[in-house]
Design a protein around this ligand. Structure first.
Ligand code: MV4
Length: 685
């Protein structure tokens, strides 16, 4: 076993690898960019090496810096994690050339799976099932059209060099084939500098089922069963589970053996995943192979009781795998959800900012949380905005789903917008509970699972008001303590009025709605900072309300009418300077956000990046497409600019009907956050 390894990654996967290495007595070297100087993975490692500026292309993607860091610290091996250089054959070769073990597959295996069409040829030879189709070198339109006829419509045209759904076109009828082919070839040329395409039978309502494989250097190759990753949004996995709902033992064995054949066909070593697409009948077909450990590997670990990073370290050190195929078995069911900093109300645009408050479910028997951040850390625009993976396990799918719902109710994030509500709505959805999962699930149920910016409910308004009143009491006590006259009536906070019972009006904004909550008090003789007793009036209703502070984290025990509950309300200052109060209390997962309205409040439009007459960059990135011309008339919501940031494409839309006066950047330009991208004249101007 290695004495010391370098972890060439960041975030949760770096922390996860370090955790296993530490358990095995292997010392660890972390690497970090300027943005990660104080990151969790740096604190967890035995030593750490600075590798450059925040942008990944200047740090985590610079092979020489990673190899130099391993050399100077005496690390014998490098674990690449996932993403970054984990599937870069040249990096794997550079490690070997430097006498450093690359913890992963041989470079030739990485290359073999790098091209879609090459991979399919290898799979065909290994008798791994492929979707009926054509992936030959003859790319003449006439031949491709004949092949489409042979396959039978609808067909799918895919870019050979593509991936992740890019460069795919569904063709329903022969009449549309030529035009779709030309479009797909143009797109493939533009995106991948390679216009080769393949044509396949289009599978409707497919499921994404992948098989974890593992091979050592002693000729053993086995499978650790399957994961269902069909719950995706725009080719980003959202919820993964193992085993796959409805899987039969026979099909599990067939898929496992097909996956092992695929791995053997390319001389695989280490952890790998063979992805299949399955149609409603259960027939499955090779899609692609990932030559790395995947984000969702924990669900496999939970149902098999194995630590796949330990297996990686042992196999890379030349050891045999710890178990045989016969010794592996499935126990129970596991789910993983990916908690992302993204804003559902802005088309799931990544949401960057400081994690003012982060409360994740406690690690315990049935719950595991893999994260690379802590409260106070920031989600930056430089890297994938995943906050944490929440993994649950129990004896069967229904029990595991109950654990997942509870874990999501315990998840609290303030400071960035998140997809918590989306995750909770999917987990609560009857179709999901019934195991009716396929890649179209989110789109099919979008009205129920994609949260809208809804106004906070009455309970949230009351709880936020109680929190504000408690805050006032603490502020008043602090002022009194610093005053030469602590008993002065000016320090009272019971809404005292010269000519009437004490009351205060607190004004809230939630969604498009503004609400005033009036709090009426009984005269109090002493200033008590930890309790509030009042009568609340809002929306024409009244309720007796009280709060007793519990702890210092914003928690309090509240009584609203006859209902008693534990609530937590986190106040924070938003990027536009306004005060937001996020209410977490037995209700909407993800919390409900209220803006405290005071006269200095800025307009919502200014906060949303639309000001004056233009469109601004919501985060730093590269312009990859300008979809409008100067002088063009556009309608509200029309795509105007496509910006690449945080490994994703973001389409910026026209904020209103109007005219594009001038586009200020061209495709290929790098733009900073807040840069004006378009001079825009709203129609009503
Ligand atoms: C398909 C398909 C339907 N029929 N191939 C999407 C990206 C890449 N992983 C392959 N993908 C698909 N290939 C045929 N012949 C539907 C998809 C697909 C998909 C596949 C797996 C997971 C999510 C998906 C989302 C949309 C489309």
């Amino acid at each position: 076993m290695f004495g010391k390894i370098l972890v060439a990654n960041r975030g949760e996967i770096a922390c996860r690898v370090i955790r296993t290495a530490r358990r095995l007595g292997v010392r660890t070297v972390a690497v970090y960019s300027d943005a990660d100087r104080h990151a969790r993975h740096v604190a967890m490692a035995d030593e750490a090496v600075h590798i450059g500026p925040a942008p990944a292309r200047e740090s985590y993607l610079v092979a020489e810096k990673l190899i130099e860091a391993a050399r100077t610290t005496g690390a014998e091996a490098i674990h690449p994690g996932y993403g970054f250089l984990s599937e870069n054959a040249a990096f794997a070769e550079a490690c070997a050339a430097a006498g450093i073990v690359f913890i992963g597959p041989p470079p030739a295996a990485i290359r073999a799976m790098g091209s879609k069409s090459e991979a399919k040829k290898l799979m065909e030879a290994a008798r791994v099932p492929l979707v009926p189709g054509y992936h030959g070198d003859d790319q003449s339109p006439a031949l491709l059209a004949r092949e489409a006829e042979r396959i039978g419509y609808p067909v799918l045209i895919k870019a050979s060099a593509g991936g992740g759904g890019k460069g795919m076109r569904v063709v329903e009828t022969p009449a549309k084939f030529a035009e779709s082919l030309a479009g797909a070839q143009r797109e493939a040329k533009a995106a991948f500098a390679d216009d080769h395409v393949l044509v396949e039978k289009y599978l409707t309502r497919p499921r994404h089922i992948e098989v974890q494989v593992f091979a050592d250097t002693h000729g053993t190759c086995l499978y650790l069963f399957e994961r269902d990753c069909s719950i995706q949004r725009r080719h980003q996995k959202v919820i993964e589970e193992a085993p796959a709902p409805g899987m039969t033992a026979e099909r599990r064995k067939a898929m496992g053996e097909a996956a092992v054949s695929a791995a053997r066909a390319i001389g695989y070593v280490g952890a790998g995943t063979v992805e299949f697409i399955a149609d409603p009948s259960g027939a499955f077909y090779f899609m692609e192979m990932n030559t790395r450990l995947q984000v969702e590997h924990p669900v496999t670990e939970m149902i098999t009781g194995q630590d796949l990073v330990e297996w990686q370290l042992r196999v890379a050190a030349g050891e045999r795998m710890p178990l045989t195929q016969e010794e592996l078995a499935i126990k129970g069911h596991a789910f993983e959800v990916r908690l992302y900093a993204e804003d559902p109300s802005r088309n799931f645009l990544p949401s960057v900012g400081r994690l003012v408050h982060l409360a994740l479910p406690r690690d315990r028997l049935h719950v595991r949380v893999d994260t690379g951040v802590r409260s106070g850390d920031s989600v930056t625009p430089y890297y994938d905005p995943m906050i944490a993976k929440i993994i649950v396990h129990d004896q069967d799918r229904a029990a595991a789903l109950r654990r997942l719902r509870q874990a999501l109710r315990e998840t609290e994030v303030v400071g960035v917008r998140t997809n918590t509500a989306l995750l909770a709505r999917i987990a609560e959805h009857p179709a999901f509970a019934a195991g009716e999962v396929d890649t179209g699930f989110i789109e099919r149920h979008r009205a129920e699972v994609i949260p809208r910016a809804e106004a906070a409910d009455e309970r949230a308004l009351a709880l936020a008001t109680l929190a504000r009143l408690l805050e006032w009491r603490q502020e008043a006590q602090a002022r009194a303590a610093q005053s030469p006259d602590p008993a002065s009536p000016w320090h009272r906070v019971d809404g005292w009025r010269l000519n009437g019972a004490g009351h205060d009006d607190i004004r809230w904004k939630s969604g498009e709605r503004e609400v005033i909550v009036t709090a009426r008090y009984q005269p109090a003789d002493a200033l008590d900072t930890d309790t509030v007793d009042c009568r609340l009036e809002l929306d024409g209703t009244q309720m007796d309300a009280s709060a007793v502070r519990e702890g210092t984290d914003g928690s309090f025990r509240a009584t609203l009418g006859t209902t008693v509950m534990l609530a937590r309300v986190i106040a924070s200052t938003a990027s536009d300077g306004g005060r937001d109060y996020v209410v977490f209390a037995g209700g909407a997962p993800g919390g409900q956000t209220l803006r405290l309205v005071d006269q200095r409040d800025v307009s919502a439009a200014e906060a949303a990046g639309v000001h004056g007459g233009g469109l601004t960059a919501p985060m730093p990135g590269k312009i990859i497409d300008v979809k409008v011309r100067d002088g063009e008339t556009v309608s509200r919501g029309q795509p105007v600019i496509v910006l690449e940031a945080m490994k994703m494409e973001h389409t910026l839309l026209a904020p209103a009907d109007g005219t594009v006066k001038k586009t200020l950047y061209a495709a290929g330009d790098q733009v900073p956050e807040g840069a004006d991208l378009v001079e825009f004249e709203p129609a009503e101007a």
